[in-house]
Design a protein around this ligand. Structure first.
Ligand code: NIG
Ligand code: FE
Length: 411
């Protein structure tokens, strides 16, 4: 039996019982912190916590690892509910093109963007992709990520999409924290299908999905619903086909334009709608009457110079909000959720409490693991992060650019 005792912590953050499945509107300001506290984890499960005054000491020291957390906070590990962690190569040449004045959409229309990544990925072996992704995963884990969703979508052929999803499956088997796989064959139309959307959609539905289901390679299905990518009707057809195999929708919508994708995705049972840099009142209304998590990606806005999502408007409308990295070579070449937290505070005017809720409990909900992750509660996973010695929780987003996480404890 593995036993860990963390004692003398400055505060256990997001700690308590009977947590809601997510926090919304004004509840996002509530962040319970148990000060001067201990936390006991047995075989990866939280079995006890309390203040140091309440601590009864240890009677049986056999096999116990004790961590002294004087001056340090303990948080539930951050959940990154939206990443494209598996990719072949970085794309800094597009970054330089943007500095010189081209937009993300212009670069994509020239054959860059997602199609650029797909060409590179098709050439790489499964082993190489796996090794590279594991290096990235270890890095983001050291920044506090203790659960991650990973999408396909840089394959765009039957073989390459399956290759990506098999890499994600290997990652799931290799690490000791939750990894969710999302099938994003509908990320862009390959060049040869530019004028033949029907042909590619048929490939997704008749060739990719049955194999993915047979090998159990995905948990979720995603579509990039956007002008020059997939239309509303195309998204609907693909999501419905995925649902027949039990894949729950989690979609890219409203990155550059409002097309009605939010309401349509909700109608189709989406667990989350992601991006929302552009938003209309109808989208907010649709979200209000749903259990769908709006998921915002401020490091994407920062990196490709597009508007930041209006988090305050959403929370003022009573909605929940989750934050994620969108880690990918085109629009967010970092998976550091501390950077995301800082951008959410500075650029979207979220308070540190709101941002931490958005990266823990709400993000856990957005990847379907809120029952076991996202808070420090009895019976939940002991995947927690220990900060370095910091003066306050607000210091996490305030002192941006440094890694404030000392250790990510995973099971
Ligand atoms: O979420 N917008 C669609 N997909 C990614 C970017 C993909 C890329 O440029 O490689 C995103 O930002
Ligand atoms: Fe994305």
């Amino acid at each position: 039996m593995s036993k860990i005792l963390i004692k003398n912590s400055k505060g256990l953050v997001q700690c308590g019982e009977n947590m809601p499945k997510y926090k919304k509107g004004p509840e996002m300001q509530d962040l319970p912190v148990l000060e001067n506290a201990y936390l006991a984890i047995e075989d990866g499960i939280i079995v006890d916590y309390g203040t140091m005054e309440e601590w009864g000491g240890i009677t049986d020291w056999r096999g116990i690892e004790v961590i002294d957390a004087e001056g340090k906070y303990v948080l539930p590990a951050f959940c990154d509910s939206h990443t494209h962690l598996v990719f072949a190569r970085s794309r800094e040449e597009e970054f330089v093109d943007r500095i010189k004045g081209l937009t993300y959409e212009e670069i994509a229309l020239k054959g860059g963007g997602i199609l650029n990544s797909a060409r590179r990925l098709q050439e790489k072996s499964e082993d190489e992709l796996f090794e590279d992704a594991m290096k990235r995963l270890k890095l983001v884990n050291s920044y506090g990520t203790g659960a991650i969703e990973i999408k396909s979508g840089y394959g765009l052929t039957v073989d390459a999409e399956l290759k990506m999803l098999r890499v994600i499956k290997r990652i799931k088997e290799a690490v000791n924290f939750p990894v969710k796989a999302t099938f994003l064959g509908a990320h862009a139309f390959p060049k040869e299908f530019k004028e033949n959307h029907r042909g590619y959609i048929d490939q997704i539905i008749n060739e990719m999905l049955p194999k993915i289901a047979e090998e159990k390679l995905a948990d979720y299905i995603d579509v990039f619903c956007e002008r020059n990518y997939f239309s509303l009707e195309e998204m609907e057809e693909i999501l419905l086909a995925g649902k027949k195999y039990g894949l729950v929708p989690k979609v890219h919508v409203n990155q550059f334009s409002v097309m009605g994708g939010v309401a349509k995705a909700i109608e189709l049972g989406a667990l989350s709608v992601d991006h929302l840099e552009e938003i209309a009142d109808e989208d907010i209304e649709a979200l209000k009457n749903s259990e769908c998590m709006p998921t915002l990606l401020p490091s994407c806005s920062h990196f490709i110079s597009i508007p930041f999502a209006n988090a305050r408007k959403m929370m003022e409308a009573g909605l929940p909000v989750a934050l994620a990295s969108d880690f990918n070579p085109g629009t967010t070449p970092t998976g550091n959720l501390q950077v995301v937290m800082s951008l959410a505070c500075v650029k979207m005017k979220m308070t540190p409490e709101e941002a931490i809720n958005a990266l823990t409990l709400n993000a856990a909900y957005a990847m379907g693991i809120a029952e076991t992750h996202g808070s420090i509660s009895l019976g939940k996973s002991g995947n927690v992060v220990l900060t370095k010695e910091i003066p306050s929780l607000a210091y996490l987003p305030y002192a941006f650019g440094d890694n404030h996480i000392e250790q990510t404890i995973g099971f």
